[in-house]
Design a protein around this ligand. Structure first.
Ligand SMILES: Nc1ncnc2c1ncn2[C@@H]1O[C@H](COP(=O)(O)OS(=O)(=O)O)[C@@H](OP(=O)(O)O)[C@H]1O
Ligand SMILES: [Mg+2]
Length: 432
């Protein structure tokens, strides 16, 4: 029946059919344009999207999209929309594995120096994230912390990791499908882990993965992060941090005990993300698309500022950092917490400043320890430099060989903080 409405089977007017034909033509040209944009992965993709465009089929997301705030739901121009969505869900899935490892293998471990829970969690999370990246972006390079040689030599360890990787799935089948579903077998898992061996560099698309950042924090049930960032020609374009033990509530104050065991508390588990030029967001880890914009807190009174630093004295110079805080007039004690959760915490204004002054002149920071956090803080209104005031340079390989230390603060006060850092370091070198 030509020109009939399929619902009513009633003949339509000639005018209406011409209009619908033009409309269909217009729509199909528009779809072709969108498809073309999405197939050109080498070029940053720009799409006019609602923030939750890719979320409609996720059960976690479905509940989340109800709670999306009006400002988040507003239409924004977002680049790298698919990369962001895949990264968020890949990190979410990997955190499910790390939480299982914590509860089944780390919690209650008498000897906390036992490295096996960390090893199992690290390898398992890396395998799951790389599987998702290979499925969606098979031509991209990957820089990841672990390689599978140790597992190939230890079948028992490999089996333990395989059983976790095999059984860890997102509750939402559509989200699982987006990630390509399960890893087929143990050998495929080992091969995936070894795909993280890119030397990094200044060209092309490179993902940086830290499957468990803050390993000590992970073991004690404190702060750790599953970290994923996309670099394009050396610039961070997408950053995602899954922080299972941080409060979901962006306005929760950063208490001094944030670094101790928080793994069993309700209301924990947050996902930070940012796309360059698109702002920074946070969401519950269980509902990645319930994203709300976050921003750094303006520091009008430096004496009331909160600064964050590593728990480990071997990782950043606590003494120098205390002296810098004193010079700035900061009266509050530092908040010590492991991992890139420090970047996420200052980006949402729970803290204000992150200082990471080098302990050893020869140590080179790893790109996977900073890439996601760097972008999230910058997109939240912060500035991130090394102690010389240079932006972190992710283009020179697997390490930040051109940088020493990290100084992250709201852009308006970064200069003041950097001056205090440089004064303290100058005074120290004069005294030596
Ligand atoms: N000497 C030295 N100096 C600076 N940084 C170092 C050093 N040694 C290690 N690392 C890296 O520190 C990462 C964790 O550091 P954090 O500050 O995030 O947490 S911690 O409080 O120190 O545990 C940690 O990341 P993970 O191994 O993923 O936990 C290391 O990559
Ligand atoms: Mg790390």
């Amino acid at each position: 029946m030509p020109n009939s409405d399929p619902a009513t089977h009633k003949p339509q007017s000639r005018h209406r059919s011409t209009t619908s034909l033009s409309l269909r033509l217009l729509l199909s040209s528009f779809s072709i344009l969108i498809l073309a944009l999405f197939s050109l992965r080498a070029i940053p993709r720009v799409a006019l999207l609602k923030n939750h465009l890719f979320s409609s089929s996720s059960s976690a997301s479905a509940s989340s999209s109800v709670s999306v705030s009006p400002s988040t739901a507003s239409t924004i121009i977002m680049s790298y929309a698919k990369e962001l969505r895949v990264a968020q869900v890949a990190v979410q899935r990997a955190t499910l594995l790390t939480k299982r490892v914590f509860h089944e293998k780390a919690k209650g471990t008498v000897d906390k120096s036992d490295k096996s829970p960390v090893t199992i969690g690290d390898f398992g999370a890396q395998a799951l994230i790389i599987a998702a990246l290979r499925h969606n972006f098979p031509d991209d390079a990957i820089v990841a912390e672990e390689e599978a040689a140790q597992l190939r030599a230890d079948p028992n360890l490999a089996d333990q990791i395989w059983s976790l990787v095999r059984d860890t799935r997102l509750p939402d089948p559509a989200a699982e499908e987006l990630l390509g579903g399960s890893v087929p077998n143990l050998d495929a898992m080992l091969d995936l882990i070894d795909r993280g061996n890119s030397p990094g560099g200044a060209h092309g698309r490179i993902w940086a993965i830290d499957p468990i950042d803050g390993t000590k924090g992970f073991l004690r049930g404190g702060q750790y992060a599953v970290c994923l960032a996309l670099l394009v020609d050396g610039q961070v374009q997408v950053g995602v941090l899954g922080c299972p033990n941080l409060p979901i509530d962006d306005s929760a104050p950063l208490s001094a005990d944030i670094g101790v065991d928080a793994s069993d508390e309700d209301g924990r588990g947050v996902l930070f993300s940012a796309v360059r030029g698109g702002g920074a967001h946070s969401a519950p880890l269980s509902a990645p698309t319930a994203a709300k914009p976050i921003s750094m807190r303006p520091v009008s009174d430096m004496t009331a500022a909160t600064f964050c630093e590593s728990v480990e004295a071997a990782h950043s110079a606590h003494g120098d950092q205390a002296e810098i805080a004193r010079r700035l007039g900061i009266s509050r004690p530092s908040v010590r917490m492991d991992s890139q959760s420090k970047y996420g915490s200052i980006a949402r204004g729970a803290g204000d400043i992150y200082l990471r002054l080098p302990v050893k002149a020869t140590y080179q920071e790893k790109i996977w320890d900073h890439a996601a956090g760097d972008l999230i803080v910058r997109e939240a209104g912060g500035q991130v430099t090394d102690v010389d005031g240079k932006a972190l340079d992710f283009s020179v390989g697997r390490t930040l060989a051109n940088n020493k230390g990290v100084v992250a603060a709201p852009a308006a006060v970064h200069g003041e903080v950097l001056k205090a850092v440089q004064d303290v370091l100058r005074q120290k070198s004069t005294a030596a």
